[in-house]
Design a binder for this molecule. Structure first.
Ligand code: TXA
Ligand code: MG
Length: 287
């Protein structure tokens, strides 16, 4: 299913067989839990326990690219496999009409990890999603290119608020509402998604490159002469445009079979924090 962030591999959150098929299609380790997608706050409260901070964030950013990790609700129908056995659940309301229509028509929570195979760049178009996991799905819903292009921001509200994954809802926007965010814990059980090499193309990725070396593909940012082997994330240096282009251009550059993909320096403020996070992981840096 399309969402405003990336395409997801969707299935009923309550059905362990469907959820197992999703883990298998992605080749995803079963200790890494899935996000449950719901249509509104009322549906979210049937599967998660909301604190005052959680309500504030949901009111401000849903529908939208923000996932909240909260205590699992008593009697929740989300199956244990979807939560990877944790007593917590990740939940979000996507801001894409097709996703919302699917969730409403289905009438229950829908798990949807990004539709890439585990460790690969997330798909931001239906064609990319079909390339990744299309052989394993019953139906593929066209929803156009993803407006945001990076996965949702993930915030854990279990003890102190923590930023588990930066995204289009920025740290600054969240902190303005609920105060300072702690960093993700080293504890892999609480932040199971923070594995080092992730979002990776086949070619190695070299960051902070002012220019390509011989044989390298180049992802430029800001004014740069066009040419063979050069893809520009945003000629005007716009972070939202760069985010929307990032995974698609990593794929395009990769298809040219370069010795490496060199990426221009990108400012790490606002949305730049999420871009830098994905780039560091695609390059295999421990985050
Ligand atoms: O934008 C998105 O969030 C996309 C679209 C399709 O909605 N989905 C997505 O799902 O990115 P996925 O599975 O690729 O990433 C979910 C992230 C993982 O890093 C996972 O570890 C984390 O959320 N997560 C899920 N449940 C969690 C939990 N109970 N505690 C901590 N982290 C959790
Ligand atoms: Mg993913």
């Amino acid at each position: 299913m399309p969402t405003e962030t990336v395409y997801g591999l969707a299935g009923p959150a309550a059905d362990p067989l469907a959820v197992a098929a999703i883990f298998a299609a992605k080749g995803r380790p079963r200790f890494n839990p899935l996000i449950s997608h719901v249509a509104d706050l009322a549906a979210a409260e049937r599967i998660a326990v909301f604190s005052a901070d959680a309500r504030r964030l949901a009111a401000a950013f849903w529908p939208g690219p923000l996932t909240l990790v909260l205590p699992s609700q008593t009697g929740s129908i989300v199956c244990e496999l979807a939560r990877a056995g944790l007593d917590t659940v990740a939940v979000r309301v996507p801001a894409h009409p097709t996703a919302l229509a699917l969730i409403r028509a289905f009438g229950g929570p829908v798990v949807a990890p990004s539709a890439n195979r585990s460790g690969r760049p997330s798909p931001t178009s239906l064609a990319h999603a079909v390339d990744e996991t299309g052989d394993r799905v019953a139906v593929a819903l066209e929803g156009g290119p993803c407006r945001i292009g990076l996965e949702s921001t993930v915030v854990s509200l279990l003890d102190r608020p923590r930023l588990l994954r930066p995204g289009a809802v920025t740290r600054e926007e969240i902190e303005a509402l609920i105060g300072p965010l702690a960093e993700a814990e080293a504890d892999a059980k609480r932040s199971p998604g923070r594995m080092a090499r992730h979002y990776a193309p086949n070619a190695p990725v070299r960051l902070g490159a002012d220019a390509p070396r011989s044989g390298e593909a180049y992802l430029a940012f800001g004014p740069h002469p066009p040419g063979p082997g050069v893809w520009n994330l945003s000629p005007t240096g716009d972070l939202a445009e760069a985010a929307a282009n990032l995974f698609g251009l990593l794929r395009a550059a990769d298809l040219s079979c370069p010795v490496a993909i060199a990426v221009a320096p990108i400012p790490e403020v606002g949305l730049g924090e999420a871009i830098a996070d994905r780039l560091k992981r695609s390059a295999g840096y421990v985050g």
